[in-house]
Design a protein around this ligand. Structure first.
Ligand SMILES: Nc1ncnc2c1ncn2[C@@H]1O[C@H](COP(=O)(O)OP(=O)(O)OP(=O)(O)O)[C@@H](O)[C@H]1O
Length: 227
């Protein structure tokens, strides 16, 4: 069997001195779509931050896309992030440049040099999220849903082995949330593995999938109820 893209074993996650999660043992296999749910303050963001190297893993074991989180060095973090696509609640696009140039910026920063390869990659990812015709726009000229589509396109640029989406629909109205979710689902159906933190239970009901829950300092898999 192939190795999971993410595997934590007996991991504890801290914010400073405070333990947020303890004894976490979870895994995500290639191709899965996994939700991470839990009330506000239960540690979803802290968990995600640990996965993309923003918080150190101080206890236990963790492996993500081939990187050992317990021994991760500062210098490894940019390389880890190239193998991950991270999507945030607040999009984090650069407002001083167009959609196209937001994507050029990331490609350049991650070592791409061939201009025509860059253009074709940009076209490909914008096409995947239905934003090809808006590449010339500035982020502030787009709706929230459109900005999030661009952020998803940006996450796809380096063919990530895992997409981490932290409350990607948190700033969107219900209808737009569903549209963004459709994009994520389609990307997943095309082979991308996705871990998505959310507290949008309506989405979970509409698009059931494997679900991990943060509660009382633990993470465990839950069986979704349909009522
Ligand atoms: N930078 C920080 N420094 C210290 N404590 C923090 C920090 N960020 C979060 N915490 C604490 O860690 C705990 C978990 O917070 P976290 O943001 O991971 O929860 P969350 O489930 O993502 O919540 P939300 O849904 O509101 O984003 C909370 O008790 C919070 O107060």
């Amino acid at each position: 069997m192939s190795q999971p893209v993410l595997a934590l074993s007996n991991a504890s996650i801290f914010q400073g001195e405070n333990m947020v999660l303890s004894d976490v043992s979870v895994s995500v296999e290639k191709g899965e779509f996994v939700y991470l749910i839990g009330k506000t303050g239960t540690g979803k963001s802290s968990f995600m931050k640990t996965l993309y190297g923003d918080l150190p893993l101080q206890e236990g074991e963790g492996n993500i896309v081939g990187y050992d989180l317990a021994t991760l060095k500062e210098k490894d973090i940019p390389f880890l992030r190239r193998k991950l696509g991270v999507v945030f609640q607040d999009f984090k696009l650069l407002n001083d440049r167009t959609v196209h140039n937001n994507l050029v910026f990331v490609l350049t920063a991650t070592g791409w040099k061939d201009k025509s390869a860059m253009e074709s990659k940009i076209n490909q990812v914008l096409d995947k999220v239905g934003m090809k015709t808006k590449a010339f726009k500035y982020p502030y000229q787009l709706s929230g849903g459109e900005q999030q589509r661009v952020a998803i396109a940006r996450a796809l640029l380096n063919d990530p082995e895992l997409i981490l989406a932290d409350e990607p629909t948190g700033n969107l109205d219900p209808q737009t949330s569903v549209e963004v979710m459709e994009v994520l689902k389609e990307i997943n159906q095309n082979g991308n593995t996705i871990l998505m933190a959310t507290h949008d239970y309506a989405l979970l009901l509409k698009y059931p999938s494997k679900t991990l829950k943060c509660d009382e300092n633990q993470i465990f898999e839950v069986v979704q109820k349909t009522v």
